[in-house]
Design a protein around this ligand. Structure first.
Ligand code: MN
Ligand code: MN
Length: 456
């Protein structure tokens, strides 16, 4: 298998590097599912996409998006073929592991004020301590207003974070296993230490001072945390990684890396033959449930709306469309890591620099719970990738019985369409800062574009 870098020597390297500048900006600005949605819609509108409600009827070439509660988006470019003959669909998730603020978070302990969190998704908790962290999200008030919170990512902003025990006093802690060395209920973020002197007798004077600051800056009260969605995420910008700048390090590659590349692909499509679709969805890291997760009826409802505005809605047409559709379920893959080679079986492992990775299945314990892509579909995919000189590799998630992971692939496959897992290999998956190869990011974007244009 040859390296994808070979195609991008000298001047051609600029294509890879400049595409990645766009991605780095997106990832820096999209640290929550809400921010990822907002940024995606802004990019789409700049390329002529309009909210579904702006159309009375639809025709070939129309570009339309459906915003799902600000936490996910479905984009379509209507094709010239009969839509009931199927669509080409790209899907990726825009939620990432993080620490969510509890509904009743604030407390004071000996002059320090902390916020209680509940981690979201699968994390090695010890990776999330002693890092500069930011607070992003929304607070919804009883009067219907929504306050946007974003602290810790501007150069002048303070950061917050979770403490870790000093090595000098860790003799008991160091005997624990990795799973318990830092426990979930101990992931409390330190947010303040100056007391209020309004009333010397006051209980919790530091907490009182923090609440005063929140009132001044955001006009929110302690009770408003009950209807808030606040996430503690790693602070700082996405950066070049490696002395040769060949990689990107940032928070939330999983799976905004596939979201951005899928989005960039559909934004480049004019009038395709088959209708092109890009789904950016929430809640994958916790099982895809809920009205913003892939298991929601939201996606099917958007297709029903499209069929209605195309004048061809019927339940049967909707079913036929789903059955005739093809999908790349795009999610990150585990990249080979020379520091931990033993978890891989080398013939079926994803490597940096070898292009987009196709995973026939993702479950690694007896293929449990996975979508096992049909070889007829994979053969067609190989053909169009080779015809367009797209670098791709095939991989499993580690050795048999080593672990496993899930994606949204099976949910779409359950709707009766052909689906395969596809994506970009990353190191440090689910840690605060993940790493990916720039050439893989660029090849994934190319693969997605080819799939939207040529899969049939
Ligand atoms: Mn993922
Ligand atoms: Mn994940």
């Amino acid at each position: 298998m040859k390296t994808a870098w070979k195609k991008y020597q000298n001047e051609a390297l600029n294509q890879v590097m400049s595409f990645n500048e766009g991605y780095k900006t997106y990832l820096t600005n999209a640290k929550t599912e809400r921010e990822a949605t907002k940024e995606a819609i802004a990019l789409a509108e700049a390329k002529g996409f309009k909210d579904f409600s702006a159309y009375q009827t639809l025709k070939a070439g129309d570009k339309v998006y459906f915003n799902n509660r600000g936490k996910g988006v479905c984009l379509y470019v209507i094709g010239s073929d009969d839509i009931t003959k199927g669509m080409n669909i790209l899907g990726a998730h825009i939620d990432s592991p993080r620490l969510d603020i509890k509904q009743n978070p604030l407390y004071e302990d000996n002059g320090l004020v902390l916020m209680d969190t509940h981690y979201y998704g699968g994390v090695k908790k010890y990776q999330w301590v002693a890092h500069p962290m930011a607070l992003h999200g929304v607070v919804c008030k009883k009067d219907g207003s929504v306050v946007t919170v974003k602290i810790g990512d501007d150069a002048d902003d303070p950061v917050i974070g979770i403490s870790d025990l000093l090595i000098h006093l860790s003799s008991d802690q160091m005997k624990k296993t990795g799973a318990t060395v830092v426990e979930g209920e101990d992931l409390n973020a330190l947010v303040g230490s100056i007391p209020s002197f309004d009333d010397e007798e006051e209980k919790d004077p530091v907490k009182k001072n923090i609440l005063k600051l929140l009132k001044e800056k955001y006009d929110i009260e302690e009770d408003d945390f009950i209807s808030a969605e606040l996430e503690i995420v790693p602070a700082g910008a996405t950066r070049d990684f490696g002395l040769d700048r060949s990689m990107v390090m940032g928070y939330g590659h999983d799976d905004r890396i596939c979201a951005y590349t899928s989005l960039a692909a559909i934004l480049d499509i004019d009038t395709p033959k088959r209708t092109a679709c890009c789904i950016l969805v929430d809640k994958e890291e916790v099982g895809s449930q809920g009205n913003t997760g892939m298991q929601s009826r939201f996606f099917e409802n958007t297709i029903a709306e499209l069929l209605a505005k195309l004048g061809v809605y019927s339940e049967l047409n909707l079913r036929r469309l789903l059955r005739a559709s093809k999908m790349l379920s795009s999610d990150v893959s585990a990249a080979y890591d020379p520091n931990y080679p033993s978890v891989n079986e080398m013939k079926n492992t994803a490597f940096f620099g070898k292009g987009i990775a196709f995973n026939k299945y993702t479950g690694s314990r007896g293929k449990g719970g996975c979508n096992d892509a049909n070889p007829e579909f994979i053969a067609k995919l190989r053909q169009i990738m080779d015809d367009n000189d797209v670098s791709f590799q095939t991989a499993e998630l580690g050795r048999v019985d080593q672990g496993g992971g899930g994606t949204i692939a099976y949910i779409l496959a359950n709707m009766d369409m052909e689906v395969i897992d596809a994506g970009i290999a990353v190191q440090n998956m689910h840690a605060c800062y993940e790493v990916a190869s720039k050439v893989d990011i660029y090849e994934a974007y190319r693969a997605y574009k080819v799939f939207l244009k040529e899969m049939c």
